[in-house]
Design a protein around this ligand. Sequence first.
Ligand code: FDM
Ligand code: MG
Length: 212
Amino acid sequence: RKKSTMGRGSLIVFEGCDRAGKSTQCVKLVEALENSGTPAKLWRFPDRGTAIGGIISQYLEKKCELEDHAVHLLFSANRWEAVPKMKEHLLQGTTLIVDRYAFSGVAFTAAKQGFGLDWCRQPDIGLPKPDLILYLTLTPEEAAKRGGFGGERYENTPFQEKVAKNFEHLKENNWRVIDAGKDMESLHEEIQEITRAVIKDSKDKDIEKLWI
Ligand code: FDM
Ligand code: MG
């Protein structure tokens, strides 16, 4: 299909700690955009539905062990394999609402012993650059109130605290820090307002490359 004459869609990424409500807000945002006539599609990483994503899923479910560098590269490959489809949607005017992206990739691996931010960034250099990163934050107290972790890999407080520290180092001017402690509806309103402005603003801009 041909390029949209309405301008391209935006690449909007949600990042943040566990239980901040990323997935809930992603779904609500896509719904709200679609209902107001803005084409939008939900996307998520890891995409567990591909062959690479299947291995990642097994790893997260602790059904297999993988060397830390190797699994980092699989997470990155899982993004690269999605790029042609992502670009197609964006150029056709569809906004992509993405639940986690390369920032999770870096923040999670760099929380492991012996990994620096710089090494972790390398394989994701050149990916489509998000127009906006909505970084949902929650105080440890708020997080604790929301109940326990699931049983997947990385779902423990000491690790998540390291991840949160790493996210702080990745912030750039296209990041918006959102206090996820407020109620779901106020959060949704705030997110919609920011997102709609960015969608309008990026319509005629080229898609840039991440970390270049
Ligand atoms: N995760 C996610 C990574 O370690 N690297 C990545 O590149 C990405 C995208 O996988 F613990 C981690 C983050 C989280 C897990 O969980 C995926 P969800 O609940 O499906 O987002
Ligand atoms: Mg999870």
